[in-house]
Design a protein around this ligand. Structure first.
Ligand code: URA
Length: 433
């Protein structure tokens, strides 16, 4: 097989065979196929797409490029959750203890943040002592005993996806449905869960900018899950502005604790409860969604959910006191108020710009090797629909970096205003199952 012929075939929009897909993926991992040919191939996929069979074959080729996590030693139906990436998305921190509290095992592997989107592992590491690397025995024992454990993705999980994702990032081929769907689903399949609940984000902070595109991505991933015998549900949720009020790491942990105590903002509480409800239904704890939602809401209100989070912190080496005293989390030196220079309603907040602001403040990485300042981030004082007067504080930037001109400018640009009250986005657009 010559790579140039495969590129030619995809350029004409013809479907590729399983054999051709396996050869491309293996050839790229083994460095027999150079970046320039892989880049041309990815661009051809971007424009011509892939059919269901090709997407499932690509997913499996990614899975087979590395290790598979064997979770068979864990009792019960293992349910995983994945977000397609957002700004202020601290929902895994809420969902893991919430789902575990009704006895459904959550054996979670999570990623780190890159670019404008944050990562659960970074957020948890802002709790001093919290270990995100556990040996296999501890991981399995914790899930069997406490129904929950979380670790960073192991280095050899879907290495082909890792290498191709890095190339997509610099060849403008990230926002392709077949490529996103196979990338996400390969990691979920290799992670070993029996059932998967996907949070597919849509809006200015997400890869999918329209609801139709997000629904198509959601359907594609649910199809892949089904074709590989994993029960999969996708929830299409709003990312037209950052979720909740905190974007960063330590400040997102603080906000997650508030959600678990029942004091969370409405958007993130609703979405967290919805995702957790589907996880507990798919995992067999409740017969239907409405019952699950009601019961989980009650678990939050009773204080049980936050106690379960405390337990998670403790069993992974952190100091559980942080839950009652979030001031123990890192704090930055500077807190810069960004104020409104016009009056009116906040009509939109560009979530990607807020994500970039957080990154510039030190909360995220421009490059994989960058280190994170856990105390850095943004507090969203005003959200879409709020009324502001000139001089009102829109958001507060937390940082240890003295010169913050670029972050000041971008965060201000993120806000748009109107004279009339804007229509508020829905939190949840569609459920695909
Ligand atoms: N998240 C992933 O893991 N892969 C993508 O392609 C996009 C988002």
């Amino acid at each position: 097989m010559r790579m140039v012929d495969v590129i030619q075939k995809k350029k004409r929009g013809e479907p590729l065979s399983e054999n051709e897909i396996n050869s491309i993926v293996q050839g790229y991992v083994n460095e027999e196929i150079p970046d320039y040919q892989m880049s041309a191939f990815l661009m051809a996929v971007y424009f011509k797409g892939m059919n269901k069979k090709e997407i499932a074959d690509l997913t499996l080729a990614f899975v087979n490029s590395g290790d598979r996590n064997d979770l068979s030693a864990i009792e019960g139906i293992k349910v995983d959750k994945h977000s397609s990436g957002g700004v202020g998305d601290k929902l895994s921190l809420v969902i893991i203890p919430l789902v575990a509290s009704v006895g459904i095992p959550v054996a979670k592997m999570s990623g780190r943040g890159l670019g404008h989107t944050g990562g659960t592992i970074d957020k948890l590491e802002s709790i001093e002592g919290f270990k995100t690397v556990l040996d296999r025995e501890t991981f399995i024992n914790n899930v069997n005993t406490y129904k929950m454990a979380i670790v960073g993705q192991s280095a050899n999980l879907t290495p082909a996806d890792k290498k191709i994702y890095a190339l997509r990032d610099v060849t403008a081929t990230v926002d392709s449905i077949p490529l996103i769907a196979s990338s996400i689903m390969s990691k979920k399949i290799a992670s070993g869960a029996d059932c998967i609940v996907l949070d597919v984000k849509v809006g200015s902070g997400a890869f999918m900018k329209t609801v139709d595109e997000a629904i198509e991505l959601a359907k594609t991933m649910v199809e892949i899950g089904k074709s590989l015998n994993r029960k999969t549900i996708a929830v299409v949720t709003d990312m037209s502005q950052p979720l909740g009020h905190e974007v960063g790491n330590a400040n997102e942990v603080m906000e997650a604790i508030e959600i678990l105590k029942g004091n969370g903002a409405e958007d993130e509480t609703t979405i967290a409860l919805t995702l957790a409800s589907y996880m507990t239904v798919i995992g067999g704890a409740f017969a239907d969604f409405d019952t699950a939602y009601r019961e989980l809401d009650q678990i939050i209100k009773s204080g049980k959910a936050v106690e379960k989070f405390k337990e998670l912190v403790q069993i992974q080496g952190g100091n559980p006191e942080v839950v009652d005293n979030p001031n123990m989390l890192p704090h930055s030196k500077y807190h810069i108020e960004i104020t409104a220079s016009e009056s009116g309603y906040v009509s939109a907040i560009n979530a990607e710009k807020i994500g970039i602001t957080a990154m510039l403040l030190g909360a995220g990485r421009k490059k994989k090797e960058d280190t994170i300042d856990f105390s850095a981030g943004v507090t969203m004082v005003k959200k879409v629909g709020d009324i502001v007067k000139v001089g009102d504080v829109l958001c507060i930037l937390h940082t240890n970096i003295e010169d913050q001109q670029e972050a000041n400018k971008i965060s201000k640009e993120a806000y748009s205003f109107s004279n009339t009250k804007p229509k508020l986005s829905e939190y949840i657009y569609e459920i695909i199952q």
